[in-house]
Design a protein around this ligand. Structure first.
Ligand SMILES: [Zn+2]
Length: 154
């Protein structure tokens, strides 16, 4: 899924770290003995972990739902294990939606991580609508003409 992914190398790297649970989320920092709040900065409604930050968080869930809807997939995100499984299956397929799904999976995780860091380090919040547009723009920029036209269909 990561090797045959046309998403940006940075997003693939961050996704790889997320899958391995190697990102500096506050649950991990607390395990190292650092005294920091582990409240999610995106929703303030949960403890920050990979599973919460990227999937269970209400802010992230809104983004996933909008991105999946753009691909014609009408459901909410179902968590890391499920979405990773779907992305792995999609990476073995050749259809437009499968290729776009793999790229969107990676770019969405990357964008949520950038958003989290923007809030933590700069106290700068973007709307979920803006973030969805940014994700789709990143995917479109790295797509073939065929994929781009499929992505831009309504
Ligand atoms: Zn949250």
């Amino acid at each position: 899924m990561l090797c045959y992914n046309r998403a940006s190398p940075r997003s693939i790297f961050i996704t790889w770290l997320a899958i391995l649970n190697r990102l500096y989320t506050t649950d991990r920092m607390q395990n190292w003995g650092l005294n920091c709040s582990d409240d999610c900065v995106l929703c303030s409604g949960g403890k920050e972990s990979v599973e919460h930050l990227f999937f269970a968080c209400s802010f992230s869930a809104t983004i996933w739902q909008a991105v999946l809807k753009k691909l014609g997939i009408h459901r909410r995100s179902a968590g890391l294990a499920y979405e990773l499984g779907e992305a792995a299956k999609a990476s073995k397929k050749t259809g437009c939606i499968a290729k776009l799904y793999v790229m969107c999976f990676t770019e969405t995780i990357y964008s949520i991580w950038l958003m989290r860091n923007s809030v933590v380090f700069r106290n700068h919040v973007k709307s979920s609508e803006y973030l969805v547009k940014e994700i789709l723009f990143r995917v479109a920029c790295r797509s073939s003409d065929e994929l781009r036209s499929r992505l831009l269909q309504d």
